[in-house]
Design a protein around this ligand. Structure first.
Ligand SMILES: Nc1ncnc2c1ncn2[C@@H]1O[C@H](COP(=O)(O)OP(=O)(O)O)[C@@H](O)[C@H]1O
Ligand SMILES: O=C(O)[C@H](O)[C@@H](O)[C@H](O)[C@H](O)COP(=O)(O)O
Length: 245
């Protein structure tokens, strides 16, 4: 089930070509695609405009949902706004997984397990050591993209964070099947083809009520760039604000 299916809205004219905007600097025009990103993106790669107040805990933000829902776009928005490191989940796949998906075959749970383990470990490391920091201290938060389609996958990511004593959050970008297919079809130069959206939706388990009460925020991703950014920003500021020192 899709929680908030919605018709696509017209994009604000200034964002009409955001698919080709540089996702970190936001620079436009550019011939960069979001998939030219190689992980990690460091805070110094961003031109952050906002300062994050000190928080009691370290935070991992997973931006989740099926291919095409806008994970890369929203993760890059958070990273460049707050000057946070950003890790692209796809870069943790072994080559065999990428080849499999590019050939149009969905991954199995087995295929995904070691990938999720790497993502969880990398997320915790990002906020507990300073390998992704441009100062002497580890960053307060890290942003990761990961489809995290099933509850069991999210549980695995949660347990990695729990072991590291770090708070974890899931931003789930809800989008109708039709709009997912439209966006994946329109996107060029990516191994994930539109036919794969169906299998992603078959695997998908949206965050349930318990997850939403705990650590998952559902964002209606069917609106224009500005509206989605505003909702993502609101969720991020609310959660981080609640953890202020
Ligand atoms: N709110 C939006 N409205 C219209 N198109 C969008 C929106 N957000 C992202 N897109 C476009 O949809 C495509 C998929 O977005 P992307 O961020 O790459 O998703 P994902 O990382 O989840 O696969 C890209 O071409 C992107 O520019
Ligand atoms: O769990 C999976 O089936 C895969 O990880 C899959 O989710 C894939 O990696 C991305 O969906 C592709 O890329 P985008 O989501 O970035 O389009």
């Amino acid at each position: 089930m899709i929680l908030t299916p919605s018709a696509p809205q017209a994009q604000p004219s200034t964002h009409a070509s955001m698919g080709s905007r540089d996702p970190i600097s936001g620079a436009s025009p550019s011939n960069a695609s979001p998939y030219s990103i190689t992980a990690p993106v460091l805070p110094s790669d961003t031109q952050s405009t906002e300062h994050l107040p000190p928080t009691q805990h370290k935070h991992i933000w997973f931006v989740t949902g099926p291919a095409g829902c806008g994970k890369t776009t929203s993760a890059a928005f958070l990273a460049r706004t707050w000057g946070l490191p950003y890790l692209e989940g796809d870069t943790f796949h072994p080559p065999a997984n990428i080849a499999k998906m590019a050939a149009g075959h969905p991954l199995t749970d087995d295929d995904r397990w070691s990938w999720l383990e790497k993502i969880g470990n990398a997320a915790v490391a990002a906020v507990t050591d300073n390998s992704l920091s441009t100062t002497s201290a580890p960053p307060q938060a890290v942003i990761l993209t990961c489809s995290a389609l099933k509850k069991s996958y999210r549980e695995k990511l949660r347990s990695a964070a729990q072991a590291g004593g770090v708070k974890v959050h899931f931003l789930y970008l809800a989008l109708s099947p039709e709009e997912l297919v439209r966006r994946v079809t329109a996107r060029k130069g990516h191994y994930m083809k539109a036919e794969m959206v169906r299998s992603q939706l078959e695997a998908l388990e949206e965050p349930d009520a318990g997850e939403r009460a705990a650590d998952a925020v559902v964002v209606d991703a069917g609106r224009g760039f500005h509206e989605v950014e505003a909702e993502v920003r609101e969720a991020f500021e609310r959660v981080m604000g609640d953890d202020r020192v």
